[in-house]
Design a protein around this ligand. Structure first.
Ligand code: URA
Ligand code: SF4
Length: 273
Protein backbone atom coordinates (compact mmCIF):
# COMPACT_ATOMS: atom_id res chain seq x y z
CA UNK A 1 0.00 0.00 0.00
CA UNK A 2 1.41 3.40 -0.96
CA UNK A 3 1.46 6.34 1.46
CA UNK A 4 -1.35 8.00 -0.47
CA UNK A 5 -3.47 4.85 -0.45
CA UNK A 6 -2.93 4.46 3.29
CA UNK A 7 -3.96 8.04 3.95
CA UNK A 8 -7.03 7.68 1.77
CA UNK A 9 -8.02 4.44 3.48
CA UNK A 10 -7.76 6.10 6.90
CA UNK A 11 -9.78 9.07 5.70
CA UNK A 12 -12.47 6.73 4.36
CA UNK A 13 -12.72 4.99 7.75
CA UNK A 14 -12.84 8.37 9.51
CA UNK A 15 -15.66 9.54 7.24
CA UNK A 16 -17.68 6.42 8.15
CA UNK A 17 -17.05 6.98 11.85
CA UNK A 18 -18.22 10.60 11.65
CA UNK A 19 -21.55 9.46 10.19
CA UNK A 20 -21.87 6.25 12.21
CA UNK A 21 -25.09 5.29 14.00
CA UNK A 22 -24.19 1.67 14.80
CA UNK A 23 -24.61 2.07 18.55
CA UNK A 24 -26.50 4.29 21.00
CA UNK A 25 -23.45 6.46 21.65
CA UNK A 26 -24.18 8.34 18.43
CA UNK A 27 -27.30 9.80 20.05
CA UNK A 28 -25.41 11.75 22.71
CA UNK A 29 -22.12 12.56 20.99
CA UNK A 30 -21.22 16.05 19.79
CA UNK A 31 -18.47 14.86 17.45
CA UNK A 32 -17.22 11.36 16.79
CA UNK A 33 -13.45 10.98 17.29
CA UNK A 34 -11.91 8.64 14.69
CA UNK A 35 -8.29 9.21 15.76
CA UNK A 36 -5.29 11.01 14.31
CA UNK A 37 -1.59 10.74 13.66
CA UNK A 38 1.09 9.77 11.19
CA UNK A 39 -0.28 7.29 8.64
CA UNK A 40 3.26 5.88 8.26
CA UNK A 41 3.84 5.35 11.97
CA UNK A 42 4.95 2.07 13.54
CA UNK A 43 3.19 2.80 16.84
CA UNK A 44 -0.54 3.02 17.58
CA UNK A 45 -1.85 4.16 20.97
CA UNK A 46 -5.36 3.00 21.90
CA UNK A 47 -7.35 4.66 24.68
CA UNK A 48 -10.83 3.96 25.94
CA UNK A 49 -13.16 6.56 24.45
CA UNK A 50 -13.52 10.30 24.00
CA UNK A 51 -14.12 12.44 27.09
CA UNK A 52 -15.71 15.88 27.35
CA UNK A 53 -12.99 17.79 25.51
CA UNK A 54 -12.53 15.17 22.80
CA UNK A 55 -16.29 15.07 22.15
CA UNK A 56 -16.22 18.85 21.65
CA UNK A 57 -13.03 18.96 19.60
CA UNK A 58 -13.36 15.77 17.56
CA UNK A 59 -9.75 14.81 18.38
CA UNK A 60 -8.40 12.17 20.79
CA UNK A 61 -6.62 12.99 24.05
CA UNK A 62 -6.82 16.79 23.98
CA UNK A 63 -7.86 17.26 27.63
CA UNK A 64 -5.86 16.77 30.84
CA UNK A 65 -5.27 13.07 30.21
CA UNK A 66 -3.94 14.08 26.80
CA UNK A 67 -1.57 16.58 28.37
CA UNK A 68 -0.12 13.81 30.52
CA UNK A 69 0.07 11.49 27.51
CA UNK A 70 2.06 14.13 25.61
CA UNK A 71 4.44 14.48 28.57
CA UNK A 72 4.86 10.71 28.77
CA UNK A 73 5.69 10.59 25.06
CA UNK A 74 8.11 13.51 25.43
CA UNK A 75 9.95 11.57 28.14
CA UNK A 76 11.06 9.09 25.45
CA UNK A 77 11.67 11.81 22.89
CA UNK A 78 8.49 11.22 20.89
CA UNK A 79 5.76 13.64 19.77
CA UNK A 80 2.08 12.81 19.42
CA UNK A 81 2.25 13.63 15.70
CA UNK A 82 4.69 10.75 15.21
CA UNK A 83 2.31 8.06 16.46
CA UNK A 84 -1.34 7.28 15.74
CA UNK A 85 -3.77 7.84 18.62
CA UNK A 86 -7.28 6.41 18.72
CA UNK A 87 -9.80 4.77 21.04
CA UNK A 88 -11.78 1.58 21.54
CA UNK A 89 -15.07 3.48 21.08
CA UNK A 90 -15.10 6.53 18.85
CA UNK A 91 -17.99 8.37 20.54
CA UNK A 92 -18.14 9.66 24.09
CA UNK A 93 -20.03 7.55 26.60
CA UNK A 94 -22.38 9.93 28.47
CA UNK A 95 -20.97 11.23 31.77
CA UNK A 96 -17.72 9.40 30.96
CA UNK A 97 -19.22 6.08 31.99
CA UNK A 98 -17.48 2.89 30.88
CA UNK A 99 -18.26 1.83 27.34
CA UNK A 100 -20.67 -1.11 27.40
CA UNK A 101 -19.86 -4.46 25.77
CA UNK A 102 -22.37 -4.00 22.93
CA UNK A 103 -20.96 -0.53 22.19
CA UNK A 104 -17.41 -1.87 22.16
CA UNK A 105 -18.48 -4.68 19.84
CA UNK A 106 -20.33 -2.30 17.51
CA UNK A 107 -17.30 -0.03 17.22
CA UNK A 108 -14.66 -2.78 16.94
CA UNK A 109 -14.62 -2.99 13.10
CA UNK A 110 -13.35 0.60 12.85
CA UNK A 111 -10.30 -0.05 15.01
CA UNK A 112 -9.68 -3.36 13.26
CA UNK A 113 -9.72 -1.66 9.88
CA UNK A 114 -7.48 1.17 11.11
CA UNK A 115 -4.98 -1.43 12.29
CA UNK A 116 -5.16 -3.32 8.99
CA UNK A 117 -4.24 -0.10 7.19
CA UNK A 118 -1.60 1.10 9.66
CA UNK A 119 0.04 -2.34 10.18
CA UNK A 120 1.76 -1.14 13.36
CA UNK A 121 4.76 -2.85 14.93
CA UNK A 122 3.67 -1.85 18.43
CA UNK A 123 0.25 -1.16 19.94
CA UNK A 124 0.27 0.69 23.26
CA UNK A 125 -2.91 0.09 25.23
CA UNK A 126 -4.02 2.83 27.62
CA UNK A 127 -6.21 1.40 30.35
CA UNK A 128 -8.13 -1.80 30.84
CA UNK A 129 -10.76 -1.56 28.08
CA UNK A 130 -8.07 -1.19 25.48
CA UNK A 131 -5.91 -3.86 27.11
CA UNK A 132 -8.84 -6.28 27.13
CA UNK A 133 -8.84 -6.23 23.33
CA UNK A 134 -5.13 -6.90 22.87
CA UNK A 135 -4.18 -8.81 26.04
CA UNK A 136 -7.32 -10.74 26.90
CA UNK A 137 -7.43 -11.90 30.49
CA UNK A 138 -4.62 -9.65 31.74
CA UNK A 139 -4.97 -7.24 34.66
CA UNK A 140 -3.55 -3.73 34.23
CA UNK A 141 -2.03 -3.76 37.71
CA UNK A 142 0.09 -6.75 36.70
CA UNK A 143 0.47 -6.33 32.95
CA UNK A 144 1.44 -2.65 32.77
CA UNK A 145 4.90 -2.27 31.30
CA UNK A 146 4.86 -5.74 29.69
CA UNK A 147 4.63 -6.88 26.05
CA UNK A 148 2.95 -9.74 24.24
CA UNK A 149 2.42 -10.71 20.60
CA UNK A 150 -0.88 -9.44 19.23
CA UNK A 151 -3.54 -11.78 17.81
CA UNK A 152 -3.75 -10.95 14.07
CA UNK A 153 -7.55 -11.18 14.43
CA UNK A 154 -7.34 -7.67 15.90
CA UNK A 155 -6.34 -6.37 12.46
CA UNK A 156 -2.68 -5.85 13.42
CA UNK A 157 -0.93 -8.52 11.31
CA UNK A 158 2.32 -8.69 13.22
CA UNK A 159 2.53 -6.45 16.26
CA UNK A 160 3.55 -6.50 19.89
CA UNK A 161 1.18 -5.00 22.45
CA UNK A 162 2.62 -2.92 25.29
CA UNK A 163 0.21 -2.35 28.19
CA UNK A 164 0.03 0.89 30.15
CA UNK A 165 -2.25 2.45 32.70
CA UNK A 166 -4.73 4.98 31.38
CA UNK A 167 -3.29 8.51 31.74
CA UNK A 168 -6.45 9.51 33.65
CA UNK A 169 -5.43 6.98 36.32
CA UNK A 170 -2.06 8.73 36.52
CA UNK A 171 -3.85 12.04 37.06
CA UNK A 172 -5.84 10.56 39.95
CA UNK A 173 -2.98 8.65 41.59
CA UNK A 174 0.54 10.11 41.73
CA UNK A 175 2.13 6.67 42.22
CA UNK A 176 0.53 5.52 38.94
CA UNK A 177 1.86 8.61 37.19
CA UNK A 178 5.37 7.71 38.37
CA UNK A 179 4.89 4.10 37.22
CA UNK A 180 3.63 5.32 33.85
CA UNK A 181 6.89 7.15 33.21
CA UNK A 182 8.80 3.99 34.11
CA UNK A 183 6.51 1.94 31.84
CA UNK A 184 6.74 4.13 28.77
CA UNK A 185 10.54 4.09 28.99
CA UNK A 186 10.22 0.46 27.84
CA UNK A 187 8.31 1.27 24.65
CA UNK A 188 11.30 2.09 22.40
CA UNK A 189 12.87 -1.26 23.29
CA UNK A 190 9.57 -2.98 22.50
CA UNK A 191 9.61 -1.24 19.12
CA UNK A 192 13.10 -2.53 18.39
CA UNK A 193 12.04 -6.05 19.39
CA UNK A 194 8.94 -5.76 17.24
CA UNK A 195 10.99 -4.66 14.23
CA UNK A 196 13.30 -7.63 14.74
CA UNK A 197 10.36 -10.03 14.84
CA UNK A 198 8.82 -8.54 11.72
CA UNK A 199 12.12 -8.77 9.87
CA UNK A 200 12.50 -12.40 10.95
CA UNK A 201 9.01 -13.23 9.73
CA UNK A 202 9.64 -11.51 6.40
CA UNK A 203 12.98 -13.25 5.97
CA UNK A 204 11.38 -16.62 6.74
CA UNK A 205 8.53 -15.93 4.34
CA UNK A 206 10.88 -14.98 1.50
CA UNK A 207 13.23 -17.93 1.95
CA UNK A 208 12.86 -20.51 -0.79
CA UNK A 209 11.24 -23.57 0.70
CA UNK A 210 12.08 -27.03 -0.68
CA UNK A 211 9.17 -29.02 -2.02
CA UNK A 212 7.18 -30.83 0.63
CA UNK A 213 8.37 -28.62 3.48
CA UNK A 214 5.81 -26.63 5.42
CA UNK A 215 6.73 -22.98 4.83
CA UNK A 216 4.50 -21.84 7.64
CA UNK A 217 6.64 -23.74 10.17
CA UNK A 218 9.49 -21.24 9.78
CA UNK A 219 7.07 -18.36 10.13
CA UNK A 220 5.47 -19.88 13.20
CA UNK A 221 8.93 -20.36 14.68
CA UNK A 222 9.88 -16.78 13.94
CA UNK A 223 6.62 -15.52 15.39
CA UNK A 224 6.91 -17.53 18.57
CA UNK A 225 10.45 -16.26 19.24
CA UNK A 226 10.19 -14.38 22.52
CA UNK A 227 11.15 -10.72 22.42
CA UNK A 228 14.66 -10.85 23.85
CA UNK A 229 15.25 -9.14 27.17
CA UNK A 230 18.23 -7.32 25.70
CA UNK A 231 19.34 -4.51 27.98
CA UNK A 232 21.48 -2.99 25.25
CA UNK A 233 18.36 -2.19 23.25
CA UNK A 234 17.42 0.23 26.00
CA UNK A 235 20.73 2.05 25.71
CA UNK A 236 20.15 2.11 21.98
CA UNK A 237 16.80 3.83 22.47
CA UNK A 238 15.71 5.82 25.47
CA UNK A 239 18.23 5.70 28.26
CA UNK A 240 18.05 3.04 30.93
CA UNK A 241 14.75 1.92 32.35
CA UNK A 242 13.17 3.23 34.52
CA UNK A 243 14.78 6.61 34.07
CA UNK A 244 12.69 8.48 31.48
CA UNK A 245 15.54 10.66 30.23
CA UNK A 246 14.89 11.71 26.63
CA UNK A 247 17.43 10.33 24.18
CA UNK A 248 19.50 12.71 22.14
CA UNK A 249 19.16 12.44 19.24
CA UNK A 250 15.96 10.44 19.57
CA UNK A 251 16.47 7.03 17.92
CA UNK A 252 13.82 4.42 17.26
CA UNK A 253 11.49 7.14 16.11
CA UNK A 254 8.05 5.71 15.34
CA UNK A 255 7.51 8.13 12.48
CA UNK A 256 8.55 7.22 8.98
CA UNK A 257 9.83 10.68 8.27
CA UNK A 258 12.58 12.40 10.20
CA UNK A 259 11.45 14.94 12.76
CA UNK A 260 11.61 18.44 11.35
CA UNK A 261 14.80 20.16 12.38
CA UNK A 262 14.92 23.64 13.81
CA UNK A 263 14.16 26.09 11.06
CA UNK A 264 11.54 23.89 9.46
CA UNK A 265 7.88 24.82 9.71
CA UNK A 266 7.55 25.63 13.42
CA UNK A 267 3.93 24.41 13.51
CA UNK A 268 3.97 20.97 11.89
CA UNK A 269 0.64 20.11 10.28
CA UNK A 270 -1.19 17.52 12.28
CA UNK A 271 -2.73 14.90 10.08
CA UNK A 272 -6.31 14.56 11.17
CA UNK A 273 -8.38 11.46 10.48
N1 URA B 1 -9.50 9.29 27.43
C1 URA B 1 -9.51 8.35 26.46
O1 URA B 1 -9.53 7.15 26.73
N2 URA B 1 -9.47 8.74 25.20
C2 URA B 1 -9.42 10.02 24.83
O2 URA B 1 -9.38 10.29 23.64
C3 URA B 1 -9.41 10.98 25.87
C4 URA B 1 -9.45 10.60 27.15
FE1 SF4 C 1 -20.50 4.14 15.69
FE2 SF4 C 1 -18.49 3.57 17.34
FE3 SF4 C 1 -19.77 5.89 17.58
FE4 SF4 C 1 -20.99 3.63 18.29
S1 SF4 C 1 -19.16 4.51 19.25
S2 SF4 C 1 -21.88 5.27 17.06
S3 SF4 C 1 -20.17 2.19 16.77
S4 SF4 C 1 -18.54 5.22 15.83
Amino acid sequence: MTDVERQQALEAIAAEVLACTRCRLHETRTKAVPGEGDPETEVVLVGEGPGFNEDRGGRPFIGRAGDLLVKLLASIGWRREEVFITNIVKCRPPDNRDPQPDEIAACAPYLRRQLEVLDPAVIVTLGRHSMARFMPGARVSQAHGTVRPVDPETGARDALVFAMYHPAAGLRTPAIEVESYADIAGVPAALIDARRRREAVRAAASTAVPEGVDASAAIVEALSAKPKPAPWTLAETAGSHPSPAPPSPAPASPAATAAPSAGDDPAPQLTLF
